[in-house]
Design a protein. Structure first.
Length: 65
């Protein structure tokens, strides 16, 4: 799977700032390919992040858009 630079920055943020495990991120990435859903929503739907973390991700995305 080819990742855009913006995806790499988001994955870096998820792992380093929110301290999500690489395994949790990998699950979301696998499901993104199947469901075509946005990574933040998939992480939330699968219970890897809470609503506060989801808000932080959306804030980060808004700042880095």
């Amino acid at each position: 799977m080819v990742q855009r630079n913006s995806d790499k920055k988001l994955l870096h943020f998820l792992h380093n700032e929110l301290e999500l495990s690489k395994a949790d991120i990998a699950v979301a990435l696998r499901h993104r390919e199947l469901d075509r859903g946005p990574i933040p929503m998939l992480l939330w739907q699968y219970g890897f992040i809470d609503l506060e973390q989801l808000d932080k991700i959306f804030d980060w995305l808004a700042e880095h858009a």
